[in-house]
Design a protein around this ligand. Structure first.
Ligand code: NDP
Ligand code: 8X3
Length: 251
């Protein structure tokens, strides 16, 4: 309650759900994303309900702009309590030997290097204040590769390793580190993965009741609200008819 929560990729899906759920929880929000107008709409929606919201427009791949934005936070907003490293994407679903160089670079730059940029910018202040929480949005895809998932799965595997590494590196402080690993969540994720092929994207969620962004945000808020001595290190959240990254039972 009353924490300052910074969420990357707050304009859609899990990030937007986190914004709404942390707002309901009584927290102050720093919402970041690439789409200025969408961020403004969300800011208005949440401020109308009484939440204090600040928005920052930047691409997590743009280290210079990200640094500028974080370093110029006004007084009263600098002491970030919770960083939700959510911005991320999958592009393509092809055999590793046929994938697109460009898609690979975008995924690596966003899911790994973007997350590292935000961590590097925000965690030193948390360690100095001996208080803070990093919630990384990993994936079931980081636990084991599934067919044609190759590079995306590798980026989420990197998120798992980086989250575990960070947890070790801050263990002497009161900073907590969480890896949330969702399975199938119906968001804009598949539209992005299939480069706007909405029919192919819709098929991903056919015959199964997928998770929602809110389901994941509920767990993020739970982890944030846990007593200070409790560190929710990792949570795998699957739809009931999903057994693993590769096993989805459709009816
Ligand atoms: P959405 O596509 O709905 O949301 C992705 C968000 O990330 C958007 O706000 C998007 O902004 C933002 N984003 C992407 N690239 C950048 C960037 N370079 N800089 C800043 N923001 C960026 O998908 P989800 O909500 O599903 O995805 C959120 C996270 O959850 C991702 O890390 C994803 O890998 C992970 N995840 C998703 C699962 C799913 O099944 N949906 C399952 C497991 C994990 P913009 O609108 O500008 O593109
Ligand atoms: C997103 C879920 O199974 O499409 O990380 O990789 S999955």
């Amino acid at each position: 309650m009353n924490k300052i929560v910074l969420i990357t990729g707050a304009t859609s899906g899990i990030g937007l759900s986190c914004a709404r759920k942390f707002a309901e929880n009584g927290d102050k929000l720093i919402l970041t994303g690439r789409k200025e107008q969408k961020l403004e709409e969300i800011r208005k929606e949440l401020t109308d309900k009484g939440t204090e919201v600040l928005t920052l427009v930047f691409d997590v791949r743009d280290r210079e702009k990200a640094t500028q934005c974080i370093n110029s936070l006004p007084d009263g907003w600098k002491a970030i309590d919770v960083l939700v490293n959510n911005a991320g994407l999958a592009l393509g679903l092809e055999p590793e030997y046929e994938g697109s160089w460009e898609d690979w670079e975008t995924m690596i730059d966003t899911n790994i290097k973007g997350l590292l940029t935000m961590t590097r910018l925000i965690v030193p202040g948390m360690v100095e204040r001996d208080c803070g929480h990093i919630i990384n949005i990993g994936s079931v895809a980081g636990d084991a590769a599934y067919a044609n998932g190759n590079v995306y799965c590798a980026t989420k595997s990197a998120v798992k390793t980086l989250t575990d590494g960070l947890r070790l590196d801050v263990a002497s402080s009161a900073v907590r580190v969480t890896n949330l690993k969702p399975g199938l969540v119906e968001t804009n994720f598949s539209n992005t993965r299939f480069h706007g092929d909405t029919e192919r994207a819709a098929n991903v969620y056919k015959g199964i009741k997928p998770l929602t962004g809110d389901d994941i945000a509920d767990v993020a808020v739970f982890a944030s609200n846990a007593p200070a001595h409790v560190q929710i290190a990792e949570v795998l959240i699957l739809a009931t008819h999903q057994g693993s990254g590769s096993v989805i039972v459709r009816k």
